[in-house]
Design a binder for this molecule. Sequence first.
Ligand code: LMR
Length: 396
Amino acid sequence: LFSAVEMAPRDPILGLNEQFNADTNPAKVNLGVGVYFDDNGKLPLLQCVLAAEKAMMDAPKPHGYLPIDGIAAYDAAVKALVFGADSEPVKSGRIATIQALGGTGGLKVGADFLKKLNPKAKVLISDPSWENHRALFTNAGFTVESYRYYDAATRSLDFAGMLADLNAAAAGTVVVLHACCHNPTGYDISPAQWDQVIAAVKAKNLVPFLDMAYQGFGYGLTEDGAVIGKFVAAGLLFFVATSFSKSFSLYGERVGALSVLCDNKEEASRVLSQLKIVIRTNYSNPPSHGGAIVAAVLGTPELRALWEKELGEMRVRIKAMRQKLVDGLKAAGIKQDMSFITQQIGMFSYSGLSKDQMVRLRSEFGVYGTDTGRMCVAALNSKNIDYVCASIAKVI
Ligand code: LMR
């Protein structure tokens, strides 16, 4: 039965974890996967999460099934966070939101629904994009192509190329857009450029699918979420996949969501009914623990304030590490100007290093980033930064 099954390649991001774990180099540093570590190199357990879990343990509950679309309070909290508690879409009830298995799960539920809705549509992702976007939409049955986004030669955005590609897309094309903290490049388009993208999406009747896995890691929760308000103001209907993996440090709990903005409340309830079929036929209903934590934190004013403070601390520390990286690379003798690293935003830096250099970094120094040159600056700390800079200097 399985004799002809081929060995699949390792996942370009999560596969690095397997390699990292097997590496015996005591100096190894994992800048591969997008995970935030504190200055001691530890995965944080946020105080707001701990407080919510303690309260849950003080009043233990049996483990029943959740509704197919998840915890109602969680879905309501997601809508408020993503669209604004007092926003028109929330007030009019025209958003269909489901609790998903992380941001990836939100993307896949949306992709499966879209495939049924418009089976002939193509999907456009940015070039480059999160490695899993192409695979995920391809596995959902779509032909996936890309729009220009980053110009490696000038180490900057190719915004004219992006706009031209969106304007050339056929009506109904699904366009996957990174709402903030572009993964992998770290380069976001400006608010004025978003206006132009939105105008193109509207004029060409494209279907926007926003991926917002890093809300709060750029400039702040409101600032990073502002792009959602722009799409609403333009009168567009769209998909948005969100994640609490990073912002709550709840990676293993798989807590994300998919929200679909519809024309009206009645339409939203029909869309929700279809999303529920996708979920029921894939994994039945979501797990409860992570969603319950997030719902408790977002629904308790003191815990919510604590969360925002802790998220802010993560954001500030990442920015400080960006500067330390630029300074450290200079001190390690690198002549070229690396200050572009501080112009990038979010968890990642597109270093500009080649695949060969990234492979050398791994094999000779135990410093792990993706083959595309992406490094997770959120995993740098005051103890490993000098070693990382010295290692990069040796391969450049
Ligand atoms: C990443 O890009 O490293 C993260 O989004 C984790 C993942 O699932 O790939």
